[in-house]
Ligand binder design. Structure first.
Ligand SMILES: Cc1ncc(COP(=O)(O)O)c(C=O)c1O
Length: 432
């Protein structure tokens, strides 16, 4: 039987090995016992990371898809520095400030559909939690009981907090061993054919009375395996959900801010959700900020005389002024620099260079959408091998499941992108 005492004795054995206690920083998604030690980064500029050993390597995944304008863009640094001298932080409960109001106005102006209200929080996962609470309480506030579940999709990934975990693929996703602890949702395969759409329609009808909303990552299921679907598929899924009176939540945390070639992926399908989650590239990769945006219809369900109808959520650092100024400056860059054209160029280069990967052993598929360039392999990529070898090839890459993918800063130059693609092909040739 496993008890605290038996765990402690294993702990003592490991301490004798003298490695355990030196790991003060607990790294994400990492088996610390077998992993290589992480590379030490000392600075970053544009698309380059500088390692402690002096090497400059291209950040091929824009630090988990955040650094859309490259690292340390001077316009964003200037805005944050200016804000630092005025008001680095103040609570948002009962107080408000210009940076958060200005950012909300900017986001409302560019958001798809009619998303008029912005609830700020500090990470993508929390934005998903907030979206879930909004959807469930939307029904509660109108006296409808029991609509507390979500229609979700296989291969989805929505975050690492417990509500968001429950929305991920329950069997193949990274949280599969938390079954029993997580809320059970209604997962479905993402339909492609007419008969699969008919099946989804039946599935949604069956769960309509207990589901609050349908949640989808528009066009690209990112961390669940870089799987793509078309704007037509997205539009039809949206139609099925609304026809059955469900709210629709778009999780644009990975796809938002130009990554797919439009500011938001749903704009390819010309549809607007009831709630949209954003994060990651919102601040241009400078600091953590996320949000759940909602339509006035959703907001109106909370806008009542009864105090208990309010949304009971409020992260301590929500709407942090530094993060808001970074995000505003990032959006200004989208308006004044040709980012979406740069994304189109990344896709064009990807489409011309990446297909040669099809000839390599183990490659199943190659696909490009905007600045996500993906090679799918017939096995789980050896991420330790990739992370060890990539810097020798002048790049930084970290694979996902059975894909080796590129998601560089949108400002990457042609020759840098060519280096990146060649490095990825070389790693595949080496059999990672
Ligand atoms: C689609 C999607 N939703 C949610 C998240 C979680 O965001 P965060 O890591 O900021 O909590 C991610 C992160 O990869 C994501 O890709």
């Amino acid at each position: 039987m496993v008890t605290r005492a038996s765990t402690m004795s294993r702990h003592r054995d490991l301490v004798l090995e003298q490695t355990l206690t030196e790991d003060h920083v607990w790294l994400p998604y990492t088996q610390a016992k077998t992993a290589r030690s992480p590379w030490r980064v000392v600075s970053a500029e544009g698309v380059y990371l500088t390692l402690a050993d002096g090497r400059q390597i291209i950040d091929g995944i824009a630090s988990w898809w955040t650094a859309c304008h490259g690292h340390r863009h001077p316009h964003i640094l200037e805005a944050v520095t200016d804000q630092l001298e005025r008001l680095p932080h103040v609570m948002l409960g009962g107080l408000v400030h210009e940076p958060v109001e200005a950012l909300a106005r900017q986001l409302v102006a560019i958001a798809p559909g009619a998303l008029n209200h912005v609830f700020f929080c500090d990470s993508g996962s929390v934005a998903v939690e907030v979206a879930m609470k909004m959807a469930v309480q939307f029904w509660i506030n109108q006296g409808v009981r029991g609509r507390t579940r979500f229609i979700t999709f296989l291969d989805a990934y929505h975050g690492d907090t417990t509500g968001a975990m429950s929305l991920c693929d329950p069997d193949e996703g990274m949280h599969a061993h938390f079954k029993g602890f997580l809320l059970e949702q209604f997962p479905s395969a993402l339909p492609q054919t007419a008969s699969e759409f008919a099946a989804l329609r039946r599935f949604v009808a069956q769960h309509q009375s207990t589901a609050a909303a349908l949640i989808i990552e528009p066009l690209i299921q990112a961390a669940g395996g870089m799987r793509f679907h078309s704007p037509e598929q997205l539009r039809e899924v949206h139609e099925i959900a609304t026809a059955h009176d469900l709210l629709v939540i778009h999780d644009e945390i990975a796809t938002g801010f130009g990554r797919t070639g439009k500011m938001f992926a749903s704009q390819w399908a010309e549809i607007g959700p009831d709630i949209m989650c954003i994060g990651k590239a919102l601040t241009g990769g400078i600091m953590s900020l996320a949000a759940a945006m909602a339509t006035s219809e959703v907001y109106a369900a909370f806008y009542r005389d009864e105090a208990e109808a309010a949304l009971m959520h409020g992260p301590t650092y929500m709407g942090n002024p530094l993060a808001c100024r970074a995000a505003s400056a990032s959006l200004e860059l989208f308006a004044r620099e040709p980012r979406l054209e740069q994304v189109a160029r990344i896709e064009e280069i990807g489409r011309s260079l990446l297909p040669s990967a099809r000839r390599l052993d183990g490659v199943l598929d190659v696909r490009c959408q905007g600045a996500f360039l993906v090679v799918e392999l017939d096995h789980w990529v050896n991420s330790q091998a990739v992370m060890t070898q990539a810097p020798d090839l002048g790049v930084w890459l970290r694979p996902l499941r059975n894909t080796l993918y590129l998601a560089p800063p949108l400002t990457i130059r042609d020759e840098e992108l060519v280096t990146l693609v060649q490095a990825a092909l070389e790693l595949i040739r080496r059999g990672v």
